[in-house]
Write a new protein. Structure first.
Lengths: 373, 742
């Protein structure tokens, strides 16, 4: 047993409390949480040790710890905690702080803090306005129409360079941030731990586990989360395929939007959108239903859910309004849709969106080191 | 007293159905004998009262239920009363209407009649010139509250404090834990000790002696002569009862060097930490360099719950450290208080205080076993811990370390000194002289001029606290008339000490009231009998003076015992101790019990008869409860209650066996000074005497198994009948006593 020098970081404790772990200090370290957790490994189980680290502000032990990501916030711990310390929510808060810690820009603080919400939205709004205002497109009648007189969004906001360059840059920025963050995280995780086996096998096992959402099945209190999350997850994959197809259409075949509804791209896109709408509605419904037992969730969580909601609603409305040819509503809604998508992409490494990357990495690491079999 | 006997047999509660009452009544010869369907009814009571009035009946045998019930109904002032337990001991615990049950009822009735024939109506022994002034020793929170309670109840109070000012430990505290709600309220408040001091000092009925000590305490409850030395002079005051509120001392932290005490100035005790906070008016400036401490580690149970130091929990340290954590936090938002505990123990409402303290992000708590505290440079310290909940050893750095050292009662050091002296004395005069020369004499508190020593005697398991039986009798010490309150009684916090003070003050008042009426103070709080030795036959063997659990017997110059009757609790231990059998009570003596035993005879040479001498305080109620549950007991056994098994005299066993009874069973409580015994350790004393019973049995050529002592707790009523029945079976296997019929 290694002896570790502990230096409590009061600021970190306060951050956890402010980030959704408001009941952290109620914990009296009894380990009921660890006993009821179905997800934890038997050796050095969580979440009690994480609760102690968090109470004592031992930041480095927590954020570089893959266990915080092995936790899927089933909230069984929260439901059974005799003191109402809500370990599930505390770990959620710790994960937020881990994301912030490993993303190397000031944006990380801003995404987690409602104070900066307006600024974060102002960036894409001003950016997109800068494209349309010089052309006088604030007057919707000035916007060119398609050959059949219908609304064509690419004439309002050209795909190239405005949209693709903007989102391409945003995506690039996100990817760079992720790569840097994951690199630091991976290095931290490796300290004092020796890996074993083939990393490729660990990755393969991780992917198959994520695709099947197996871990969610172990949850008790929030059993129904699996379907909801699975729908959102596959909807995102569908939308990714749609985007890829759109790029292929445009740059491969010079085939410009809008595409007819029977087109495979449209079919996949619309089905994914409906799946996402249903999925994110279920996520919200489950959260509200389980709030009493599992906790209300943090700003960080709800911001992410709201943005996805906004994207899917504005996306579907954009399409419907375009088809209905209601210019007065169609353009503003489409504009909003672009703003929300930008929000999701550009801020992904700092928002809860980052969980997919960090959690996947942590699971790979855990499998690779024999922590998770 | 000219006795006119009356025997009254009740038929109620199943007695009439289980026993042939007419046949039973036929055993009563030459005295009034009446039966009644429900003797405890107004008509039944009236029957007895009429006989008292018209026939002059004044020695009443009531054969009905257990003497432990219906005490108010069967109370006839001016008459000698004997209760025969037909209900519990006969009909509820035996098969109805058979020969053995009938014989049992007859034997009990005859024993009762024999007892009342031998007994006399007691007259209370009321001593003259009694004082009703209450002396309170110690002017801390406990002592001052005791003084106020007693004075407000109308008694004159003398308060003696050894320091120059009142207040005790509270003077040294920066703040205290509030006693109201904790939620959303300040968690530290002023002690307000000044207000209490003012109240005491301005009370017209409290006389305060400061910078004073008790030089000598002579006498007995109601008649103490207490010499107080003050300002070079001394004064002797008449005192009725004493409240001992001398409190506690912090455990000697120099014994905790493994926790860094004495090695670093920045390792302090919880009391020293209070003084630092008080001096800095809330600012925690550490001793080594006066720097403000921002990272303070609190080590709980420092030398407590630890066999090498104090084996007990001082109960207030957890809450105190949580309070002191607030001191660390209140002036400094960045400061942290790290509390390392074995278990957090915040009894009662203090649990809510703990919860509130926990909510402060800067109060960090965890379970840890501290292995050591070492220097970390710059006056800082490393604390090394293992067995943490993290499953790892940890090392913490702190600016300052506070040791939650425990409380030791002020009575402990004198006790240890005196026990050492007694031990040295057993090794000879030389060893004793050497001990006196070499051992530093601690400060004595009471300086009693008692044969058994100048202080409250030590009690196994009390760890020096002034206690006698905390389960049943809080405040009672082993010196009648001296009542302990506060930290000298058991570890406690200030608010508990306040309540404790009221309890002890009222016990002192009860004592004064009882001695003024010649009634035993405790626990036989109704008893007006008292030991009346026939000193002319005393051989000055000193057994009684040594064995009296309460130091009630002193000796004169010749070594003759000299009873201080107001100290006596009427347990009869001296009666059992006396080899000359000269100690008697009016209704309880070697002769009375012996005569009762002699009334029992086997109907034939084959029928087994056993007597059981039963402790009144535990075994007897256990038998009653077993009967209430209708548990069956072999009808060969006749129970005779004793005030305490410590009063057991060997002659009873010898008499019983030589008269042909088949066995003697002794039912006492658990051995040791383990708080079960009402009279400290009567059962163990009986066992000690019992060790000599072998000789008697040898002389009679009888089997040792015929006589047995069993330890029974009041709660063991479910096991007791089986224990007794198994014993009876063993005696039956041995066979009838060959002396039968001689």
């Amino acid at each position: 047993m290694a002896e570790q020098v502990i230096s409590p970081d009061l600021k970190f404790v306060e951050d956890v409390i402010a980030s959704g772990g408001g009941d952290l200090k109620k914990c009296y370290q009894c380990a009921t949480c660890t006993v009821v957790c179905n997800v934890t490994p038997d050796n050095k189980p969580f979440p009690r040790k994480e609760m102690i680290y968090a109470q004592w502000g031992i930041k480095d032990k927590l954020i570089s710890n893959p266990d915080i990501w092995l936790c899927h916030q089933c909230s069984d711990c929260t439901a059974y905690c005799p003191r109402g310390a809500k370990p599930g929510e505390v770990l959620g808060a710790v994960r937020k702080l881990a994301i912030q810690h490993y993303s190397p820009t000031p944006l990380s603080k801003m995404v987690g803090d409602p104070k900066y919400l307006l600024i974060l939205f102002a960036i894409p709004v001003l950016l997109f306005l800068s494209y349309i205002v010089p052309k006088g497109y604030l007057d919707f009648s000035a916007i060119p129409r398609g050959e059949d007189g219908g609304i064509v969004y690419s004439k309002f906001m050209p795909v190239f360079p405005q949209i693709d360059v903007t989102f391409g840059a945003a995506a690039f920025f996100a990817v760079v941030c992720f790569v840097l963050g994951i690199k630091r995280y991976w290095t931290d995780m490796n300290k004092g731990v020796s890996a074993q086996g083939n990393i490729a096998d660990s990755i393969k096992a991780t992917i198959s586990e994520i695709l099947a959402h197996k871990r969610f099945e172990k949850c008790n209190v929030t059993k129904d989360r699996k379907t909801a999350h699975l729908l959102v997850f596959y909807a995102f994959i569908g939308l990714a395929i749609t985007t890829t197809l759109a790029i292929v259409y445009l740059y491969g075949f010079h085939y410009e939007s809008p595409y007819p509804l029977y087109d495979p791209l449209k079919l996949i896109g619309n089905i994914s959108a409906l799946a996402l709408l249903y999925g994110i509605t279920s996520v919200t419904g489950n959260r509200l239903k389980n709030a009493e037992k599992a906790g209300k969730g943090s700003y960080f969580d709800w911001l992410f859910i709201t943005v996805i909601y906004a994207i899917v609603v504005t996306g579907i409305l954009s399409e419907l309004l375009r088809l209905a040819n209601i210019a007065l509503l169609a353009y503003p809604i489409y504009f909003a849709h672009l703003v929300f998508v930008f929000f999701l992409f550009a801020y992904a490494p700092f928002s809860k969106m980052a969980h997919m990357v960090y959690r996947a990495t942590a699971i790979v690491f855990a499998k690779h080191t024999g922590r998770d079999k | 007293m000219e006795k006119k006997y009356g025997v009254y047999i009740c038929k109620g509660c199943g007695i009439g159905e289980g026993v042939n009452i007419e046949k039973l009544a036929n055993n009563v010869k030459g005295m009034v004998c009446k039966t009644h369907d429900i003797l405890c009814s107004p008509e039944g009571i009236n029957l007895i009262k009429e006989d008292m009035k018209n026939e002059g009946v004044n020695a009443i045998t009531i054969a009905a239920c257990s003497p432990r019930v219906k005490t108010e109904e069967f109370d006839f002032p001016g008459a000698l009363i004997e209760r025969v337990n037909l209900r519990e001991f006969v009909v509820w615990s035996h098969e109805p209407n058979n020969e053995e049950t009938q014989s049992l009822a007859e034997d009990y009735l005859l024993m009762g009649i024999e007892k009342i024939k031998k007994g006399d109506l007691p007259e209370p022994n009321i001593l003259q010139d009694l004082s009703s002034t209450i002396l309170v020793i110690g002017g801390g929170v406990s002592g001052m509250n005791a003084a106020i309670e007693a004075a407000n109840a109308g008694y004159k109070v003398v308060l003696v404090e050894k320091e120059a000012q009142l207040g005790g430990f509270a003077n040294r505290l920066y703040k205290k834990i509030p006693t109201g709600e904790y939620f959303n309220k300040p968690l530290i408040v002023d002690t307000d000790i000044d207000k209490l001091i003012k109240e005491v000092e301005s009370h017209p009925d409290i006389k305060v002696y400061k910078s004073s000590k008790i030089e000598k305490t002579e006498g007995q409850p109601g008649l103490y002569d207490v010499t107080v030395s003050t300002n070079g002079g001394s004064e002797t005051i008449k005192i009725g009862a004493i409240v001992l509120a001398t409190g506690w001392k912090p455990y000697d932290a120099t014994k905790l060097d493994y926790l860094g005490y004495g090695k670093s100035q920045n390792v302090v005790t919880n009391i020293e930490f209070e003084e630092i906070a008080k001096k800095g008016n809330g600012k925690i400036l550490r001793p080594s360099d006066g720097k403000e401490a921002k990272k303070v580690a609190f080590i709980q149970c420092a030398g407590q719950r630890d066999q090498n130091h104090l084996p007990y929990c001082s109960s207030m340290c957890c809450a105190t450290s949580l309070k002191q954590a607030r001191y660390v936090r209140q002036n400094n938002k960045d400061a942290v208080a790290m509390v390392l505990y074995k278990d957090i123990r915040t009894p009662g409402r203090l649990e809510l205080y703990y919860k509130e303290a926990q909510n402060d992000p800067g109060v960090m708590l965890t379970k840890a076993e501290i292995k050591g505290v070492s220097d970390a440079g710059n006056g800082n310290l490393f604390i090394e811990a293992e067995n943490t909940l993290l499953g790892e050893k940890i090392k913490l750095e702190a600016d300052m370390v506070v040791l939650a050292a425990g409380m030791i009662p002020t009575t402990r050091e004198p006790q240890e000194y005196l026990d050492g002296l007694t031990l040295a004395g057993t090794k000879g005069d030389e060893a004793k002289a050497k001990y006196i020369e070499e051992t530093p004499k601690p400060e004595f508190i009471l300086n009693l001029s008692y044969r058994q020593g100048p202080e409250i005697p030590s009690l196994e398991g009390a760890y020096g606290f002034a206690d006698s039986n905390f389960i049943c009798f809080p405040y009672e010490t082993r010196r009648t008339g001296i009542y302990a309150a506060g930290g000298v009684r058991r570890p406690m916090d200030m608010s508990e000490a306040q309540d404790d003070a009221a309890g002890a003050a009222f016990k002192a008042i009860q004592c004064i009231d009882h001695v003024s009426r010649g009634v035993a103070v405790h626990p036989r709080a109704w008893d007006i009998t008292f030991p009346d030795p026939l000193l002319i036959r005393c051989t000055s063997c000193k057994r009684c003076t040594e064995e009296c659990p309460f130091g009630a017997i002193d000796e004169d110059e010749k070594g003759t015992p000299f009873y201080k009757i107001n100290r006596c609790r009427r347990c009869g231990t001296c009666m059992g101790a006396c080899p000359e059998r000269i100690v008697s009570f009016k209704d309880y003596s070697v002769d009375i019990i012996g005569s009762m035993i002699k009334t029992i005879e086997s109907p034939d040479e084959e029928t087994i008869r056993i007597i059981a001498l039963v402790c009144e305080n535990d075994a007897y109620p256990a038998l009653d409860t077993a009967a209430l549950q209708r548990k069956k007991i072999d009808p060969a056994v006749r129970f005779i209650p004793l005030r305490c098994l410590g009063g057991m005299n060997l002659v009873w066993i010898a008499d019983a066996l030589s008269r042909g009874l088949d066995g003697v069973l002794l039912l006492g409580c658990k051995f040791g000074e383990n708080y079960q015994c009402h009279f400290v350790k009567g059962s163990e004393l009986a066992n000690y005497r019992f060790g000599k019973v072998g000789e008697t049995l040898n002389k009679l050529q009888l089997e040792a198994e015929r006589v047995q002592l069993m330890q029974v707790a009041i709660a063991e009523y479910d096991k007791l009948p089986d224990m007794i029945n198994e014993y009876v079976e063993r005696v039956k296997e041995i066979g009838p006593n060959p002396f039968k019929g001689f």
